[in-house]
Design a protein around this ligand. Structure first.
Ligand SMILES: [Zn+2]
Length: 231
């Protein structure tokens, strides 16, 4: 009788212990944050792009410097209006603006680009080093990191992209003196701001990306960073 009780108790202890050993890793895995990863997918940054970046800095922003580096103070979010990461990198790859962009060629022959592009599933790709100049936002390129998101008016940005943008902003905020996060459609609110630098007051384009809805979702998740945006 005593022996049977001992066996039962032992089996119960063994069962509970096995349950704990099984459940703890499961709970840890389900509660753990997804791994933050950036995949490198560089566009060409050769001597020509370097020279065009320096002349953009000088002619458009009125900034003379020897290397095309920036001190990031702002993150500007965009959508691509292009349906894939591959097509986006194709568009940004050449240092020179293609003939199709004649409307903005008068301002500079430097091709447009951005430091990052976020795919529809939230995968983050780095196209240029964080602190290398990219042409993505009139008046603010000299201090702004550009984040493109694959999508557009007929392809609304996804919740996975919201989460990835939030994680990327947190990462950039931890590395650089980022004070502002704006959507490209809000850039004109910065005309006259101390950060605004554009030598031609008439060089302005109309932008609707990435839209109020996306910015609202991102801003709600980074409230604790107390970043400034569009007033
Ligand atoms: Zn844009």
């Amino acid at each position: 009788m005593w022996k049977i009780k001992m066996v039962k108790r032992y089996n119960l202890h063994q069962f509970v212990w096995k349950l704990v050993v099984f459940l703890v890793p499961c709970l840890w895995i389900s509660c753990a944050r997804p791994t933050f990863r950036i995949f490198e997918k560089p566009v060409i940054f050769d001597e020509q792009r370097r020279a065009l970046s320096l002349s953009y800095l000088e002619e458009r922003h009125g900034i003379e410097q020897e290397s095309p580096g920036i001190t990031p103070r702002m993150v500007v979010l965009h959508w691509t209006s292009v349906p894939s990461v591959e097509k986006t990198t194709d568009v940004f790859m050449s240092p020179i603006l293609p003939p199709a962009r004649a409307a903005i060629a008068g301002a500079s022959n430097l091709n447009v680009s951005a430091q990052f592009v976020v795919d529809r599933d939230g995968t983050i790709f780095r196209l240029l080093p964080d602190t290398v100049f990219a042409r993505h936002c009139i008046g603010l390129n000299h201090c702004a990191i550009g984040v493109e998101n694959v999508g557009g008016e007929s392809m609304p940005l996804t919740n996975a992209q919201v989460k990835a943008n939030v994680a990327l902003i947190r990462y950039l905020h931890s590395k650089y003196p980022i004070e502002y996060v704006i959507g490209h459609h809000e850039y004109k609110d910065y005309i006259g701001h101390p950060l605004w630098k554009e030598t031609d007051p008439h060089y302005l384009t109309e932008k609707i990306d990435p839209g109020k809805r996306f910015m609202r979702k991102v801003r709600r998740r980074i409230q604790d960073l107390r970043l400034k945006g569009s007033d």
